[in-house]
Design a protein around this ligand. Structure first.
Ligand SMILES: *Cc1c(COP(=O)(O)O)cnc(C)c1O
Length: 405
């Protein structure tokens, strides 16, 4: 049995007819840019997030860029975020001319360490940009309190957390702005790229809407330098079909996470992710394969993962070995993310040395994402559990031996 990390096959069987109709209707309407289907999706999406406004745009990356520009953040400004995230989180900050400032994450939650947040604030800091990584919501009451105490804006990176909530309130409704991605593997995925910005402030919503269409408040009047970043009508039509299913898809993800927790228990060789708050939307189920016990245990024969050597990350974990063994048994896993943002060649000029964000660097050497998506069949998940259980006990003995051999 093959278990993929993600697949749309099942979903397309269920929704195929409805999606075909929705796409055909747009195709035959001849209205591909703007129009009623966009407005309808934006209004439905805003309702689902609990904000007054949602503005569609062409990706989650653009949602972040538009949000930062809308808040007036630019050259000379600093934005505090985490380095354990998809690259776009920081890339968007740089794209508006501001500087990303990275705070380490907590080992237990994988999320930005709020205890370290205030120490990173300088007179140049304009905004906090927490990432609801893997679908787990950041403590937004604390983030908003810190922001209020220091007069900072809050931009939520909700790309992986559509359908998640903190203290019963959806992510994307806490900060000044919420930024969502509809990349196909996210909790609400389109048939291509797409994104949205959510907010409650009407002036901010209008500014973001203008920026997304060439800084153009009315036809051929350009009051700022903007972007061409619209959500396509076909994408909006697809997303309208899918949005009503989001709550049940997130529930299914929660059920799968619970099954992993129950079946894998607290195996010492592999650390499971924390159960986390009730509003966790489980876009990914990320385990940690602890670091190799080191020279004394494996006689120094463990080779560091290639990325460890090249990017100054902690030495050899048995993660890469486990990934290979799972693959050989038909279970495909993914490493989110092998290289932290602050160690990426593109950010060499920021000057973060190896060891500057130790937990982030350690996680990059240890994490492995197991298959989790709403249509993952019970038998497929059982297969993952079976294979992983059989391999787990070997992680710190066999892995080192096999590398040595
Ligand atoms: C996917 C993602 C983005 C970017 O979204 P795109 O739609 O791919 O541009 C930004 N931040 C995080 C955390 C993401 O996972």
């Amino acid at each position: 049995m093959q278990v993929p990390p993600f697949s749309l096959t099942e979903q397309l069987q269920h929704l195929g007819e409805e999606l075909d109709q929705a796409v055909l209707q747009v195709l035959r309407s001849g209205q591909y840019i703007g129009g009623g289907v966009i407005a309808a999706f934006e209004s439905e999406f805003a309702t689902s997030v609990g904000t007054a406004f949602a503005i569609g745009c062409n990706s989650g990356t653009d949602a972040l860029i538009l949000a930062l520009r809308g808040l007036g953040i630019g050259p000379g400004d600093e934005v505090i975020t985490c380095s354990f995230s998809f690259f776009a989180t920081a890339e968007a900050i740089s794209a508006v001319g501001a500087t990303p400032v990275f705070v380490d994450v907590e080992e237990s939650s994988y999320l930005i360490d709020l205890d370290q947040l205030e120490a990173a604030i300088t007179p140049a800091t304009k905004a906090l940009l927490p990432v609801h990584l893997f679908g787990r919501p950041v403590d937004m009451e604390r983030v908003c309190a810190i922001a209020a105490a220091h007069g900072l804006q809050v931009v939520e990176d909700c790309a992986q957390a559509t359908g998640a909530s903190w203290a019963g309130r959806p992510v994307g409704s806490w900060g000044d702005v919420g930024c969502f991605s509809f990349f196909p593997t996210k909790n609400l995925g389109g048939a291509g790229d797409g994104g949205a910005v959510t907010c409650n402030n009407p002036e901010l919503a209008a500014r973001i809407r203008e920026l997304a269409v060439h800084g153009m408040p009315r036809r051929y009047l350009h009051t700022s330098l903007g972007y061409n970043s619209r959500l396509d009508a076909i994408q909006a039509a697809v997303l309208r079909v899918k949005l009503p299913h989001l709550p049940s898809w997130v529930e299914r993800r929660r059920g799968l996470a619970q099954t992993y927790h129950q079946a894998l228990g607290s195996r010492l060789e592999i650390h499971l992710p924390e159960v986390g708050p009730a509003g966790h939307s489980w876009n990914q189920f990320v385990v940690r394969v602890p670091r190799c016990p080191g020279a004394s245990a494996c006689a120094g024969s463990c080779t560091p993962a290639a990325d460890s050597a090249n990017y100054g990350l902690p030495e050899a974990s048995c993660r890469d070995w486990l990934k290979q063994e799972l693959q050989a048994a038909g279970v495909t896993t993914i490493i989110y993310y092998p290289i932290p943002i602050h160690r990426q060649p593109a950010y060499a000029d920021l000057g973060y040395a190896p060891g500057s964000l130790p937990r982030t660097e350690q996680l990059c050497a240890e994490v492995l994402s197991l298959p989790i998506f709403p249509e993952l069949a019970a038998e497929q998940q059982q297969r993952v559990i079976e294979v992983l259980s059989a391999l787990a006990g070997k992680v710190q003995s066999q892995a080192c031996a096999s590398v040595a051999a």
